[in-house]
Design a protein around this ligand. Structure first.
Ligand code: PXP
Length: 250
């Protein structure tokens, strides 16, 4: 078994604070305030996805986050020219490339790196040169992981959505099969020298087995935490997630 190479980090995704703000078109709740509270509560990083349609996070939010955060910003974006320019202007600590479809409610699958290998290799080169750690959000699939490695990504983030959906749908056979895939592919990516992250759909109920994979160095969690914050407050919601993550590590 691989030994963890460091503590498991928690990146708190604040997109859905902006979703609630934008529902009324005003200034509250403020995602920057949420990011600062998350930072105080022990988040190791803040994740924000600037979508092409700006449905939640705005350009001004990214500017504000870059100005105030002490922890690293993980800037999620589609691999478009517009987003590359924005990333190169701000030079966030990390850039995570995600697939984006306008009609989807959330990021439904991983990026098809294998299909777009040449373009993506050229696309990420200037981001790496600018000092951004490049991560690719992908399915637990060896073909995609190998392609991410070949194009020069430093990190892969494994999409945990199928595992979490199977769990919440009560299909535990499918859930365990998804978990096996995630476990095997985390080890595969680590063996290639990639740093392994995971996220999407994780909750208090589903976080433990993923946090227990020794190769996983970071979890990015948003929707559940922002929802849970309604009931117990953002900082206690984050503290509980951290406790569960730490419990899962040997
Ligand atoms: N990681 C990535 C790459 C994502 O796109 C998202 C969703 O924006 C998350 C993690 C967080 O997912 P969730 O909001 O379901 O926790």
């Amino acid at each position: 078994m691989t030994t963890p190479t460091g503590p498991l980090r928690l990146g708190v995704n604040i997109d859905h604070v902006a979703t609630v703000r934008n529902a009324r078109g005003g200034a509250t709740p403020d995602p920057l305030r949420a990011a600062l509270l998350a930072q105080e509560a022990g988040a190791d990083g803040i994740t924000a996805h600037l979508r092409e349609d700006r449905r939640h996070i705005s350009d001004a939010d990214i500017e504000g986050l870059m100005a105030v955060l002490k922890v690293p910003l993980n800037f999620e974006m589609a691999a478009t020219d517009e987003m590359q320019k924005i990333a190169l202007r701000h030079k966030p600590h990390a850039v995570c490339l995600v697939p984006e479809k306008r009609e989807e409610r959330t990021t439904e699958g991983g990026l098809d790196v294998a299909q777009d290998e040449n373009r993506l290799a050229h696309y990420i080169a200037p981001l790496r040169e600018a000092g951004c750690r490049v991560s690719i959000f992908i399915a637990a699939d060896a073909r995609q992981i190998d392609a991410a490695h070949r194009i020069g990504a430093q990190v892969i983030e494994l999409h945990t959505g199928a595992y979490c959906d199977a769990h919440s749908g009560g299909d535990f056979t499918a859930r365990d099969a998804e978990l096996d895939k995630l476990r095997t592919m985390a080890a595969h990516a680590h063996a290639l020298g990639l740093e392994v992250h995971a996220g999407h759909g994780l909750t208090y109920e589903t976080v433990h087995p993923v946090a227990a994979f020794p190769e996983v160095m970071e979890l990015n969690i948003g929707h559940f935490l922002i929802g849970e914050a309604i009931f117990r407050g953002l900082q206690p919601a984050i503290a509980e997630m951290r406790r569960l993550m730490e419990d899962a590590r040997p």
